[in-house]
Design a binder for this molecule. Structure first.
Ligand code: ADP
Ligand code: MG
Length: 243
């Protein structure tokens, strides 16, 4: 499926990403965990085609994505700030990508209904974006991303603005939706609890490199470095005195 090979990226002569390689397998959710400023969003923007690596390759099904513009990549993005269109009602927010693809009206109605059902917002079609809570807006953003059946979903700290209980509920629902739709996903966060709740595989991004890549259980049991353990919030006596 998606594969990044030796990606490098600098801003203003400062290396941000030194050598990033990883794969996302069919139907799997990987979680990229890293501190704020570590380059997580930059990685997603490069995959989306909004930014370019200095060197390295990004492949999807073995095809180089470099010449493919963002709108032809068929990837969905969900951001922390939802990115909904405030002048459109909920129906038209979810229908947006379908209309862009010129689907017949009937098909659009069916699909929007289905998606609103999936995110538990049946009956919200006529509501305004401003009448919705943060959690509801993020559900709409998810429905909009899912509606066009993307080949890959990317989540950039999507729950960052929500409180803890709501976060947990939405994470559980998202986990179910990803299992059901089997769309491969990359979930980016700086919150290790979130990472463990959602990921089939966890990747730790530190100092421009992936310092650990593995199943949540393995990563938790064997962080393999003090830095990785710290990033996971592991408080081990072995680490005492390390800050
Ligand atoms: P994260 O999402 O992990 O918080 P980002 O990928 O947003 O990290 O950014 C990482 C670093 O790269 C930040 O220090 C940011 O200032 C810098 N950066 C990101 N985009 C640009 C840009 N277009 N020009 C210059 N610096 C940038
Ligand atoms: Mg970011």
């Amino acid at each position: 499926m998606l594969e990044l090979i030796n990606i490098k990226k600098s801003y203003e002569q400062k290396p941000l990403l030194k050598n990033i390689s990883f794969k996302v397998d069919a139907g799997k959710t990987i979680c990229l965990l890293g501190a704020s400023g570590s380059g997580k969003s930059t990685i997603l923007r490069m995959i989306a085609g909004l930014e370019f690596p200095e060197s390295g390759l990004i492949l999807f099904n073995d095809i180089n994505l470099a010449p493919i513009p963002p709108h032809l990549r068929d990837f969905g993005l969900v951001f922390q700030d939802y990115g909904l269109f405030p002048h459109l009602d909920i129906f038209n927010n979810v229908a947006f990508g379908l209309k862009m693809r010129n689907l017949p009206k009937e098909k659009i109605n069916i699909r929007v209904n289905e998606m609103l059902g999936m995110v538990n917002l049946q009956g919200f079609e006529k509501r305004k974006v401003t009448e919705l809570s943060g959690g509801e807006q993020q559900r709409v953003a998810l429905a909009r991303a899912l509606a066009v059946q993307p080949r890959l979903l990317m989540f950039d700290e999507p729950l960052g603005a929500l409180d803890r209980t709501l976060k947990e509920d939405l994470l559980n629902e998202l986990r179910k939706i990803l299992d059901k739709t089997k769309i491969p996903a990359i979930y980016v966060t700086h919150d290790h609890d979130e990472a463990f709740a959602i990921a089939d595989r966890i990747l730790l991004l530190h100092d421009g490199e992936i310092i650990r890549d593995g199943a949540p259980d393995d990563v938790w049991k064997n962080p393999n470095s003090i830095q990785a353990a710290r990033m996971l919030g592991i408080k081990s006596p072995l680490l005492s005195g390390e800050g």
